[in-house]
Design a protein around this ligand. Sequence first.
Ligand SMILES: NC(=O)c1ccc[n+]([C@@H]2O[C@H](COP(=O)([O-])OP(=O)(O)OC[C@H]3O[C@@H](n4cnc5c(N)ncnc54)[C@H](OP(=O)(O)O)[C@@H]3O)[C@@H](O)[C@H]2O)c1
Length: 168
Amino acid sequence: MATPQHRIGSGFGAQSTAEEVLHGIDLTGKLAIVTGGYSGIGLETTRALAGADAHVVVPARRRAAAQLGRHVPREEMLAAGWIDEDGNPVTAGFKTPGQGAATQVWAATSPQLAGMGGVYCEDCDIAEPAGEGELTGGVRAYATDPGQAARLWKLSAELTGVDAFASV
Ligand SMILES: NC(=O)c1ccc[n+]([C@@H]2O[C@H](COP(=O)([O-])OP(=O)(O)OC[C@H]3O[C@@H](n4cnc5c(N)ncnc54)[C@H](OP(=O)(O)O)[C@@H]3O)[C@@H](O)[C@H]2O)c1
């Protein structure tokens, strides 16, 4: 049965960081593969998972870029008015990279989601359905439409020649 698309009250929110959602979670013996894990939000994800002792593999399609790792210096964020002197976001909706990485890290590791798969998440919790006319936040009805999902799966299988559920 599909998991309902409703918040579970994780105790985390929009300002939680990847490190915070991993507090008390030991990923020793776990293997994590972080695509794009050498830049931006992916880099923060890599850092957090490695900090919890996961073995992290970062596939890089451009080795030179991977060695650089994209980064916006604190001074630039300060000058742009994104953060204050203490490093806290001041622009509504702005997240630090650590906050931007938190939801995917929470979704990948939290025991709170055990047995609850196939859901859209937002701000370190399961996302609520978007209200009528809501432009940001929440999940649109078309994204959770089983008919659309079946159509997308069929098209993907045709394009790739791979249908993992063909014999099920
Ligand atoms: N930054 C934000 O404010 C924000 C907000 C909401 C959502 N997001 C989403 O979060 C994701 C990451 O954002 P970001 O700001 O961290 O971006 P980013 O710094 O540009 O990092 C993207 C990473 O993905 C890799 N990548 C892109 N296309 C790929 C492909 N086809 N195959 C393999 N690797 C690929 C890039 O590798 P290369 O270096 O080789 O290109 C890069 O390492 C994006 O989907 C973005 O839309 C970002």
